[in-house]
Ligand binder design. Structure first.
Ligand SMILES: [Zn+2]
Length: 310
């Protein structure tokens, strides 16, 4: 199984279009130790020929351009794409807007929960994905499904499981109390496995907390890509970027007793990689003490183009 990190940033990317925070300003100025990043997405393949996108970011065209494996294969003739499926982990803009860049008329399968499929159905702009070519399949929870396109197996199996989270920003319902209308399963994690080899990993780009059920899922996993949005729950506020904490945005932070670094301790996860990193996060700076702390805790910080073979 081959995994490529297409985009390692959270929504907005890095640098973000309207942001003058220290990280964004320094990245824009080309200062050393800062690498620009596109928005959150992974690509995974069993055979290196057929690819599955885990989330479709607004930067998809740029990501495909930067990834030779995703170019139209010569044997496809005049037109074709190795992208055969897209799996969505929630309804966030940074995870589904890239679907609009897949409208050029080729067959693929979209996998998502019922609520996310309902969001696509309610927004007619997604009808540009020709239903004769693009199948929408509802993901069951906690039941592995074999990924396929047009009836042909893609060689990988996927299991979706709910994780603590928050409904997408544009779907928040302020009248619905502190949960803002969030329902269980609005954010899912994915376990991708290759039946042929037994290789497997978890992909959890959005997560508000590590509860007991998630800890049980994580235990002894060989590889986990995990929500690295913020270093500190209050960093958006302290940097004057927003009035929201990480918790309010539905994202666990790296730091602190309730943070992801502490939560993973003792779970025996062999390889831990932060993805979905917000532009405010100090770990984006190669020379920061926060980056050093994360690495000393045994974590890696994903970058665009990162490649892993399992
Ligand atoms: Zn910024």
């Amino acid at each position: 199984m081959l995994i490529k990190v297409l985009g390692s940033a959270a929504g907005g990317g890095f640098p973000q279009i309207n942001c003058n925070c220290r990280n964004c300003a320094d990245a824009r100025a080309g200062k050393p130790g800062l690498q620009s990043r596109t928005q959150s997405s992974l690509a995974v393949s069993s055979d290196g020929a057929a690819w599955i996108l885990l989330n479709a970011s607004p930067d998809l065209r740029q990501q495909v351009d930067a990834t030779p494996e995703l170019a139209p294969p010569a044997e496809a003739g005049a037109r074709g794409s190795p992208i055969k499926a897209v799996v969505l982990t929630n309804g966030d803009v940074d995870h589904l807007a890239g679907l609009l860049s897949l409208r050029e008329g080729f067959a693929l399968t979209i996998y998502a929960t019922g609520r996310v499929l309902a969001t696509l159905a309610a927004n007619r702009i997604f009808d540009v994905l020709d239903p004769r070519l693009v199948e929408r399949v509802q993901l069951p929870i906690a039941t592995p499904v074999g990924l396929a396109c047009g009836g042909a197996s893609l060689g990988l199996s996927l299991e979706a499981f709910p994780v603590p989270g928050k409904v997408a920003l544009y779907l928040e319902d302020a009248s619905a109390g502190p949960g803002l209308g969030t329902q269980a399963g609005d954010t899912i994690g994915l376990r991708i496995s290759e039946p042929g080899s037994g290789a497997a990993f978890l992909y959890i780009p959005g997560c508000a907390a590590v509860d007991q059920a998630l800890a049980d899922r994580l235990r002894n996993a060989p590889l986990v890509f995990f929500d690295g949005t913020l270093y500190d729950d209050e960093e958006m506020i302290s940097q004057g970027l927003s009035s929201k904490t990480g918790q309010r945005m539905g994202h666990i932070s790296m730091l602190g007793a309730e943070g992801s670094i502490a939560a993973f301790r003792g779970l025996g996860v062999e390889r831990r990689i932060f993805v979905h990193i917000n532009n405010s996060n100090p770990v984006l700076r190669r020379d920061s003490s926060e980056r050093r702390a994360v690495e000393e805790a045994g974590w890696e910080v994903a970058f665009d183009g990162m490649e892993i073979r399992l």
